[in-house]
Write a protein that binds this ligand. Structure first.
Ligand code: C2E
Ligand code: MG
Ligand code: MG
Length: 633
């Protein structure tokens, strides 16, 4: 038996050990589990060598002692197997109590395995001349291998069953490590003079180190601070333990340095990093976007420390007193307002985007309120996504009455979503979120297709109808290919463009306005008409009507209501009617609920009336019923 290969394994592990301890680390359970894998493997390889030496000198050291050492080597193999299992469990059950409960039976089994290994006999296999021991075998070996096998099978089973909970890199690394072990022991089994198991174990540890446990993966290369990956792991453990911490996020957008001379910026940044590293009672993390996360696990001092840090930032970082850096601050006194590390990072991003929520001091205290708002928005986003996926987007139709023809001549298509309990969710609850998340593009398209499908199945002229009005979001209007997409859909359904009227609102930015006009021209060229929605809400003004090639202006309900409630508003609306009619455009009054309101609008010469007075928005079949009843009447 030779020990050269095993000795290489020992050297390899010592080198790894050197790199590992030299680096800055945060204390994580997974790292502790790696430590235990590392040490058990190390002890195992050492005992491998020891047992070979002792067996060779068994006559000098006494037979029972040689066997005891050989059996101890077997027991260390068991220890490696159980530490492999621990290493998996610690990732699956970050909560230590659950982890310990799960592991208990395996520790008992390992203990029984160890007792068994010592208790039963171990035999030597000798070379042909009977002088040299080639390998050991017998019940003691079988007990060790049997119990280890249970652990290894369990590890593979966990990898398969708890796939979702295990980080894929971890799965891959652990797989390589175990395949090395098992493969090496197979080879050794066939070629008994090739003692490579210990060495393979050491190589396996190196794989784990390189792929998973290299502390450098938790460090920001430039600053040496812990990075966002480390923050995520660190926070994950806190949430798993149900413990709380405070978090200060310092955001250095470029304007934070606006007072600082360009050539001084780099030096001042370094000074700030050094300062942040040394804040007492805290650990500082940094992400790729120059945001610093200062975590306080001792919440009693957090508030005081935050005050001190902010005070420091009121002072100059330069001798000339002009080096004041102005970051934005986001303080979470209780990280447990959310329930997961992922949600914590999402919350920070969310608050950061809600620029308007920051006060003039650039300081924002993150409390329950904004968390609820975020949760609600995420919930809505999920609802929209699900509705799109499961075809739960519905279009309701609200009839529009023509005062000239004294009958219903058009309708507005209004989107609804049905939640998974079958309840209708109105657009007021989701349109804004759909716009913020970009989902409005898909949603708007679905609505348009559904309306086209409706027109195809129910020829409008049959019901005395002329066109359907469909809302367009400003986000859609700013999309370059909107016109082409909509024309394609109309062609697919074989819909004449005269049946379509698109409602636009005043768009926010001028660049969006250019695209909007391009889209409008293309669609108008195809025969589609346009209305200007929300007139009188402050979202629309008269200039906009002058600029925009619309045929219809829709008076918002709020404007109609003020007409009836406020003397001055009356004059404004009458003047607007006069001017709009002067431009040869039609008007739709929305939100007409009573006969008196209807009468007044008719007297004012308004051509189209929409409102509960005629009907609320109706689902497709009820709308058809409504139209048929009108036809019969
Ligand atoms: P809007 O386009 O101004 O639509 C008119 C809203 O006023 C509708 O609300 C309608 O139900 C309501 N309404 C009509 N008559 C009366 C009335 O007499 N009394 C009262 N109290 N309300 C009346 P809805 O359906 O909740 O839609 C709200 C807004 O959501 C719409 O305002 C529109 O801006 C947006 N929206 C609806 N469907 C779509 C869509 O498919 N795409 C986009 N982008 N936005 C849509
Ligand atoms: Mg509308
Ligand atoms: Mg409107």
């Amino acid at each position: 038996m030779h020990i050269q290969i095993q000795c290489c394994g020992i050297v390899l592990m010592l080198v790894l050990f050197y790199f590992y301890v030299r680096q800055k680390r945060i204390s994580l359970y997974t790292q502790k589990a790696f430590w235990s894998v590392f040490w058990t493997t190390f002890v195992c390889v050492v005992f491998d060598v020891l047992s070979i030496i002792v067996i060779q000198h068994r006559h000098e050291v006494s037979e029972p002692f040689a066997k005891f050492i050989a059996k101890t080597y077997l027991v260390t193999l068991l220890a490696v197997a159980i530490s492999a299992l621990e290493y998996m469990y610690v990732d699956i059950y970050v909560n230590m109590d659950v982890y310990r409960k799960q592991m208990k039976k395996y520790w008992v089994l390992a203990l029984l395995g160890a007792i068994g290994t010592y208790a039963v006999p171990l035999h030597y296999n000798y070379s042909a001349d009977g002088t040299e021991v080639l390998y050991t075998y017998g019940p003691s070996v079988y007990v060790t291998y049997g119990v280890s096998l249970i652990f290894f099978v369990r590890v593979f089973y966990l990898m398969y069953k708890e796939k979702a909970k295990i980080n894929p890199r971890r799965r891959e690394a652990v797989c390589i490590w175990l395949v090395l072990w098992i493969g090496a022991s197979q080879i050794q089994f066939m070629y008994t003079n090739l003692l490579i198991v210990g060495y393979a174990g050491a190589i396996g540890i190196m794989v784990l180190y390189l792929k998973l446990e290299n502390p450098e993966t938790n460090l920001d290369r430039k600053t040496g601070l812990f990075n966002s990956n480390a923050l995520y792991q660190y926070a994950k453990e806190f949430y798993a333990k149900d413990e709380d911490f405070s978090l200060l996020v310092i955001v250095f957008a470029s304007r934070a340095y606006k007072n600082i001379r360009l050539d001084r910026r780099a030096a001042i940044k370094m000074q700030i990093i050094e300062y942040l590293m040394k804040i007492p009672d805290s650990i500082t993390f940094k992400n790729a976007e120059d945001e610093y996360f200062v975590v306080f696990t001792n919440m009693g001092v957090a508030e005081k420390r935050v005050r001190e840090i902010r005070e420091r930032f009121q002072e100059s970082w330069d001798e000339d007193k002009e080096g004041v850096v102005l970051p934005r601050w986001l303080y979470l006194p209780h990280a447990n307002v959310v329930d997961k590390a992922g949600n914590l990072l999402y919350l920070v991003r969310y608050v950061r985007q809600e620029e308007k929520e920051f006060s003039e001091t650039n300081f924002f205290n993150v409390g329950q309120e904004i968390v609820d708002k975020m949760r609600n928005e995420r919930e809505m986003e999920r609802l929209i996504l699900e509705a799109l996926e499961h075809d739960r987007v519905e279009v309701f139709y609200q009839p529009i009455f023509s005062t000239a023809e004294h009958r219903i001549t058009s309708a507005e298509a209004l989107v609804r979503i049905r939640d998974n309990e079958g309840k209708i969710v109105p657009p007021g609850m989701f349109i804004e979120i759909a716009e913020e998340t970009g989902l409005i593009m898909k949603l708007g398209r679905v609505v348009f297709e559904k309306v086209c499908c409706f027109i195809k199945n129910h020829p409008l002229e049959h019901y005395g109808m002329q066109y359907i009005e469909i809302n367009l979001s400003v986000v859609q209007c700013a999309y370059e290919h909107l016109a082409q997409d909509y024309i394609t859909i109309m062609e697919q359904y074989g819909i004449d463009s005269k049946y379509i009227n698109l409602e636009i609102t005043e768009s926010a930015s001028t660049s969006a306005k250019m695209t909007l006009i391009k889209n409008m021209e293309e669609l108008m060229g195809y025969g589609v008409k346009f209305s200007l929605d929300d007139f009188g809400t402050g979202q629309s003004n008269l200039n906009y009507i002058v600029d925009m090639p619309v045929d219809i202006v829709k008076f918002d309900r709020t404007m109609i209501n003020s007409y009836f409630e406020n003397g001055k508003a009356k004059y404004v609306m009458e003047a607007a009617i006069h001017m709009i009619h002067g431009m040869n455009l039609e008007i739709v009054s929305e939100g007409i609920e009573t006969k008196e309101q209807f009468q007044t609008m008719e007297d004012l010469g308004i051509s189209h009336i929409q409102g509960y007075y005629f009907s609320k928005p109706l689902p497709e079949d009820e709308f058809i019923e409504f139209l048929e009843k009108k036809l019969g009447a």
